[in-house]
Structure formats: C-alpha cells, structure tokens
Design a binder for this molecule. Structure first.
Ligand code: ADP
Ligand code: FRU
Length: 318
C-alpha cells in the first residue's frame, strides 16, 4: 500500500491555556499547560493517518530525550517516522503557545536555535516507489525543497516512460493501467518567509496558501487569493486557501473557484493547527480521488472545525 509522505517540522509545543492574554511583566496562573508534539507537517500527518491514509513523516529531529515525546506521538497515531534524520548536539525546536480562551486566539512563540533543516541528501534516502503523494511544508530550506521536488519529478518522468515502453511491447489485450505518478503538494504558510516561499508556487500540483501569506501579498479574501495566485502559476495546478472562520476557497485546473464555509464547533477551544488539520483532510480526500475539489475543501473545513472544538489532534474525541 503506497503512503502519503509529509515533509516538514516536528517540534515540541508547550500550550498555555489562559482565559485572557497575559499582561506584560506579570506572574500568571494558567488554566492548563499541555506539552505535546507540534509542527505543521507532523500535525497533518497524525490527522491523515486517523482518517485512514497510510502516512509517513520525514523531518529532522534532535538526538535528545525530548524527541521521544514527538516520536511516541507519531507512533501512537500509526505514522512512520523511520525516515527522520537525527542530529547530535542540537535542541528540539519549541513553540510556547498562548491559547487565549476568551478571544479564541493562539499566539505562537517559536524558537529553533540549532536543529538543521532537512536537506536533499536526507530526502533521497526515501524510496519514492513507496509514495503516491508527497507534501512539502515550505520552511527555511526552500532551495533544498526545490531539489527534492526535482527528484520527484524525475522519478515521475521515468515511471511514465517505463510504462509507455512496457505497453508498447505488449499486445493491447494485456495492457496494465498506467502507474500513478506521485502528486506533489506544497504549503506556503509563513508571511515572514514569503520571498523564498514563492519559488515553490509553481512546483506543486496542489498548493496550500495561508491567509497570512495571502494578506501579505495584498489579498483580502480567500477567493481573491486563489484567483491571484492561480494567474501566476501553471494552470494545471490547484490552489487552496483557508481563511479561519470564513472557511476556504480553491481553484482547480478548470479555473473555477469553489468555496466552503467554516463549520464552527459548539465551543471554540483551540485553533492551534487548524490549518494543518484542514490541509490533512484535503490531501486525504484528493488522494483518495472520490471527492470533487468542492467536496474536498468542505470536508477539510468540517474536520478543521471539529479540531477547533478540542485540544490537540485526536479525532476520536467527542
Ligand atoms: P491556520 O491554523 O493556518 O491559521 P486557518 O485559521 O486559516 O488556519 O484555519 C484553517 C481552517 O480551520 C479554516 O478553513 C476553517 O475551516 C477552520 N477554522 C479555523 N478557525 C476557525 C474558527 N474560529 N471557527 C471555525 N472554523 C475555523
Ligand atoms: C501549528 C504549528 C504548531 C507549531 C507551530 C510552528 O500550525 O505547527 O504545532 O508549534 O505551528 O510554527
């Protein structure tokens, strides 16, 4: 069974649950403090796996006890972490998150002082035959991600040319279906990295653009963003943009814009990783191939809405 491979960050999230935003230079008692695995690609990986997609995660990890918390959580959700690259003498990247339950906001204070990003040599340890979809979280290693995607494209070309020469040498009655090339998706999320992230725009079959990146480029709605970005890239790609409580929009190769509303939970509890959850559910739907683009983003908004009603990413929670 071929898997979906999620490439990007796994980190430690220290989630501080507060019923207001702390004032500067005060000593605050929290409602709750939760230590958990975080990071966009690894968050999406655990959601994908729970939805029934065979999933692997690839990223860098510190050779340090804190990585056990990350790997144990991936294992708990059936996500393979065998391809992760460990680095000695480094620290686990950490996010201190303030969840303000009064406003429904999540403020992320992230630091990665020493852990190197994944490079193309690490990525090439993966046997691409095992994957049908590879998702790349756009991080500080865009030049390396471009090389990784080049390798996937080369693999896809070889796959298709091997299958066309095999079918030319067999008679038409015994033809096997053409192999499915690997779908590449990319995520452009951090506005602070937008200059480099835009190099990825033309490289994904499916491109996830965050509200922050869209706003940074001057778009005020998801619809304007997907139209604008689509006009700048290969028209065969699909552009998707989630917009918090306004839901999400997408535009496919046919150029038609589709929109889904958000599905707010009865009580807004935790929006940390709502976008990662949305991406995972959309990838799950598109990879299975039994939903239209509109159905896929609607499914994404429903699963992300459920996540907003609870802490963490356990989809079995009521
Ligand atoms: P991110 O976590 O990257 O900031 P968004 O805020 O755009 O991502 O949210 C992604 C998806 O999660 C949205 O499309 C929506 O479906 C859902 N979502 C996020 N915030 C809310 C909310 N307050 N109410 C309902 N759904 C939400
Ligand atoms: C949520 C998240 C957190 C992590 C942060 C990194 O989207 O992945 O789990 O700490 O973003 O920017």
């Amino acid at each position: 069974m071929k898997k979906v491979l999620m490439v990007g960050l796994a980190c430690l999230d220290i989630v501080n649950v507060s019923d207001g935003f702390p004032a500067e230079d005060t000593d605050v008692r929290l409602k709750e403090q939760i230590w958990s695995r975080g990071g966009n690609a690894s968050n999406s990986a655990v959601v994908l796996s729970q939805l029934g997609t065979h999933t692997a995660f690839m990223g860098t990890l510190a050779k340090h006890r804190l990585s056990d918390l990350i790997v144990d959580d991936l294992i708990k959700y059936g996500v393979s972490s065998d391809l992760c690259r460990y680095h000695k003498d480094t620290m686990t990247p950490t996010s201190c998150v303030i969840l303000n339950t009064a406003e429904g906001t999540r403020t992320i204070l992230h630091a990665n002082k020493t852990l190197p990003e994944l490079c193309v040599e690490d990525f090439m340890k993966a046997d691409l035959c095992n994957y049908q979809w590879i998702h790349f979280e756009g991080r500080n290693n865009v030049s390396q991600i471009l090389l990784m995607i080049e390798n996937v494209e080369k693999f896809n070309k070889e796959l298709l040319s091997a299958s066309s020469s095999a079918s030319a040498s067999t008679n038409s009655c015994s033809q096997t279906p053409a192999p499915r090339p690997i779908t590449v998706s990319v995520e452009l999320e951090k506005a602070t990295r937008v200059l480099h992230l835009l190099d990825l725009l033309d490289k994904g079959h499916v491109v996830f653009i965050s509200k922050d990146v869209a706003k940074h480029k001057g778009y005020n709605t998801a619809e304007a963003a997907v139209k604008g970005f689509h006009s700048q890239c290969d028209t065969t790609c699909t552009i998707i943009c989630a917009w918090g409580e306004h839901g999400a929009c997408a535009i496919g190769p046919d150029g038609i814009v589709v929109s889904s509303p958000a599905f707010p939970p009865a009580k807004l509890v935790d929006t940390l990783g709502a976008g990662d959850t949305f991406n995972a559910a959309v990838i799950h739907a598109l990879n299975k191939g039994d939903m239209s683009l509109l159905e896929a983003i609607t499914f994404g908004c429903k699963i992300a809405g459920k996540k907003c009603g609870q802490h963490g990413f356990d989809l079995t929670m009521q």
